[in-house]
Design a protein around this ligand. Structure first.
Ligand SMILES: *Cc1c(COP(=O)(O)O)cnc(C)c1O
Length: 393
């Protein structure tokens, strides 16, 4: 008999009932160190007092009014995002996949309003993940996402990850935009080189093609800059944000330049919940904490510490691990062993990590994880690695 919850997830047999900072408490009382952060979502850890206060204060005042009316928390968060980024304007969603929907619509509408309605095609890369909506799966294109869900939304083309030179040849008069994650998350923590991102931005500009960045996973301080593309010094036209921006409250956003957003006039897009007072009150508190030089400096310092310790782990278990890769506190352990074996052994060692494609174990800790917790995390990963190694012998 089908479970009452539609069985679309492969869930680990764990039930967490409470969270405290970087820790999650299982129903049986065990304390797990959480270096998955709900897939890069809980950027300030669990039950962060600042976020709890922002949420409960707002909950006591006003939950929801709809976008038929002004929402001051939404305006405040949009102002913060505009001040801190390339963007001139922001639309709020509830998730990353909804951000993808709008990014695609915005790019097509832009060219339509420019009198070039044939420009509809969007170029993406293999290994990408842009969400589970019809536009999201078509934009990513991978068979695991799309099989059985046809007819797919047309107008997407896919190139080999990192093959920026191929973009030049793939662009046609019908090309509206290129969509890329500066660091692929689901694809296995694969950062695009700064030089390649610069080249890509240059190609887009030269060919009158919009650049859409998907920073749903790598954004909001995760790589040690507020947004990952800042490392390359490039500017997108449109950017998708979600996951970390709500610190655990469902919230996403599309950021855009005034030019790229120019087709999206009143009546062209909307959302009942998107940008509601609760979500935006929390989003403001996240931005006030994360978008500060001191906080980001500390993320970079801790990223160095984590990377150094993970390099040691890889050196100790060269039969299990191939390399450490990633950026900031978005780290991947590329495995020779099965990544799921490492993740599962991690549960036994009371540490939560997240598997990714390309046989990678992802480490996406809360950005405010302490130095001691980083040391403890790597200790627990060593315990997990030792257990997997013992089984192999
Ligand atoms: C998670 C993710 C999405 C989809 O976000 P949802 O909130 O799950 O809809 C899109 N793009 C990237 C890069 C992601 O990591």
């Amino acid at each position: 008999m089908i479970p009452s919850v539609l069985p679309t997830y492969n869930r680990a047999p764990l039930t967490f009932v409470k969270g405290e900072g970087a820790w999650m408490i299982e129903a049986d009382g065990r304390r797990f160190l959480d270096v998955g952060a709900g897939i890069a979502v809980n950027v300030l850890g669990h039950a962060n007092p600042v976020l709890v206060d922002a949420l409960t204060t707002q909950a006591n005042a006003l939950w929801h009014v709809s976008n038929l009316y002004n929402i001051t928390q939404q305006e405040a968060l949009a102002d913060k995002l505009v001040d801190a980024t390339f963007a001139d304007t922001v639309f709020f969603t509830n998730s990353g996949t909804e951000a993808c929907e709008l990014a695609v619509k915005m790019a097509r509408k832009y060219w339509y309003e420019k009198g070039q309605p044939a420009k509809v095609e969007i170029i993406g890369f293999d290994g990408a993940f842009h969400g589970r909506s019809s536009a999201g799966i078509a934009a990513a294109g991978g068979e695991k996402l799309t099989k059985g869900f046809g007819p797919l939304l047309p107008g997407f083309k896919h190139l080999t990850w990192g093959d920026v030179a191929a973009v030049n040849e793939a662009i046609t008069p019908e090309t509206a935009a290129v969509i890329v994650e500066p660091v692929q998350g689901e694809g296995g923590i694969r950062p695009m080189d700064d030089g390649d991102l610069q080249e890509l931005a240059h190609i887009c500009k030269e060919n009158d093609v919009l650049l859409i960045l998907d920073e749903v996973q790598c954004g909001v301080g995760r790589t040690g800059k507020l947004f990952a593309h800042e490392w390359a010094g490039i500017t997108p036209d449109i950017m998708m944000v979600a996951k970390g921006i709500g610190g655990g409250f469902p919230l996403g956003a599309v950021l855009a330049s005034e030019e790229a957003a120019s087709g999206m006039v009143a009546g062209t897009h909307g959302s009942t919940y998107g940008g509601n007072p609760l979500a935006c009150a929390v989003g403001c508190a996240v931005m006030d904490t994360v978008a500060t030089p001191d906080f980001l400096d500390d993320v970079n310092r801790k990223a160095g510490l984590l990377r150094q310790k993970l390099e040691g782990l890889v050196a100790s278990y060269p039969d299990l691990f191939e390399e450490v890769r990633g950026s900031g506190l978005m780290m991947g352990l590329k495995c020779y062993a099965s990544n799921m074996d490492i993740v599962t052994a991690g549960y036994d060692a009371e540490i939560v990590t997240v598997p990714a494609a390309d046989n990678v174990v992802r480490l996406l800790p809360p950005l405010n994880i302490s130095d001691d917790e980083i040391s403890e995390a790597v200790k627990r990963l060593e315990t997990a690695a030792a257990a997997v190694a013992a089984k192999k012998d």
